[in-house]
Design a protein around this ligand. Structure first.
Ligand code: COA
Length: 401
């Protein structure tokens, strides 16, 4: 088996593997988008007798972490043909993708997982839980009945490409886990290929403005359905952003006001979301926890110094593995900055880098991980560490890859 990045000539074979493993029959325009999104020098492929049988790639990102940002390699396009599965091909490719991130001085490797059983073994931790919320429109009444100060305007894709980035950019720094889309990523994500619609309409875009300034937007689709003469449409709210409370409320008011809609389904929401608090009958809004981004910490010192800590404190953590990051680290941090260094001292807590990755963005807590046997330490150390590693904003990410 040979492992190397792909060239343009290998692209058909690379897409062929992805098509096979993701049960996907790509149309030419889908292959064009995939090509556009691919950083060829950051790909990896497994070749058996010259034919591509396994694929993977990194994308260059900067990710928000609590109180700061960190460079991150976004792992994507992972696939191994069923004829070659469970022969260690992914393990070989993953080793190379993580090396590629180290060469690019990325302290983090991040990904969205197709299954939660795959990536823990490589040191990735599920770091960013999200939610799907659903409600029947008939049950929606807002507590605040005053009209919003702004107005909502429907816009077309070209205007969305011009106006939405400035809105999203205003909230990216607020939520750990958020990724700033590059202009190319915006173009790719708004390509809106028919295959991505799942039987619903093309993307609709609504922009919330005050005095002509964009402060919120919604990207949504509608799945049409009629039953015995009654409209039963489902509105799929795939990206709803508000820079401030008025914009967020204004955006939801708009979405819940769309006629012929029976159900509104909001995906990729943060766990702590003002949406429920806007409603008079919040129990009607269902709450399903989903997975967001997984984090693999590749450079413990750089990663822990990149974030801020809400309270001043110090904690010594032994990372038990994998080998590249194993060791004892002393972290001293607070709201203004942090330092992290290796030490020979006695650790307060002991855990794998997977658990540090889970807690890194502020989600989860060490005490519960300890109760599950995944972190070792006494109650006092767990409490101190949890106070340090929490964050006042929820983790969130609306950018898929
Ligand atoms: C997931 C996938 C890439 C794994 O590739 P692979 O080459 O079979 O993986 P490896 O042989 O390197 O497996 C390494 C280890 O992970 C385990 N593993 C791999 N895939 C797994 C899965 N889906 N669920 C549970 N365990 C898995 C293997 O059993 C093996 O364990 P071991 O070291 O204890 O023997 C492959 O099954 C695939 O293409 N799946 C469909 C596409 C997909 O889900 N891609 C991921 C997108 S995020």
């Amino acid at each position: 088996m040979e492992y190397r990045p792909i060239t343009s000539d290998d692209f058909d074979g690379y897409v062929g593997v992805l098509a096979h493993v993701f049960a996907w029959d790509p149309k030419p325009e889908e292959i064009d988008v995939e090509r556009k999104a691919t950083e060829f020098d950051r790909t990896i492929a497994a070749f058996d007798d010259g034919a591509v049988v396994g694929t993977g790639a990194n994308i260059t990102f900067e990710m928000t972490v609590p109180g700061g940002t960190a460079r991150a390699g976004g792992v994507t396009a992972i696939g191994v043909l069923p004829s070659h599965r469970r022969g260690g091909v992914l393990t070989q490719m993953m080793g190379r993708l993580l090396d590629d991130s180290r060469e690019h001085e990325e302290p983090l490797s991040v990904l969205w997982a197709s299954e939660s059983s795959i990536y823990g073994r490589y040191g990735f931790g599920m770091a960013n839980r999200l939610a799907t919320r659903e409600i029947e429109r008939a049950h929606v009444t807002f507590i605040d009945t005053k009209p919003s100060p702004g107005r909502v305007r429907l816009i077309e894709k070209d205007e969305a490409l011009e106006r939405l980035p400035a809105v999203l950019d205003q909230v990216v720094d607020r939520y750990p886990g958020m990724i700033r889309r590059s202009p190319l990523k915006w173009e790719v994500d708004l390509s809106d290929l028919e295959a991505w619609r799942g039987g619903a309409t093309a993307n609709r875009f609504a922009l919330y403005e005050e005095g002509g300034v964009g402060l919120g937007y919604a990207r949504y689709r509608v799945k049409e359905e009629w039953k015995e003469g009654h409209p039963q449409n489902t509105l799929l709210a795939n990206e709803v952003i508000g820079v401030n409370d008025d914009a967020t409320l204004g955006m939801w008011r708009f979405l819940f006001g769309i006629d012929l809609t029976k159900t509104v389904k909001a995906r990729v929401r943060p766990l702590r979301d003002p949406l429920a608090y806007f409603l008079t009958d919040p129990r009607r809004l269902s709450f399903k926890v989903t997975e967001g981004i997984w984090v693999r910490i590749l450079d413990v010192r750089v990663a822990l110094e990149a974030r801020r800590y809400p309270v001043e404190g110090a904690i010594t953590i032994e990372i038990t593995g994998p080998d590249d990051v194993a060791g004892v680290y002393r972290i001293e941090g607070g709201p203004d900055g942090a330092s992290c260094r290796r030490t020979d001292g006695e650790p307060d807590l002991r855990m794998g880098v997977t658990q540090l990755g889970m807690r890194y963005l502020g989600d989860h807590d060490f005490a519960t991980l300890a109760a599950a046997g995944l972190v070792e330490g006494d109650r006092d150390a767990l409490q101190r560490a949890d106070l340090m590693f929490g964050w006042h904003e929820p983790t969130w990410c609306v950018v898929g890859f």
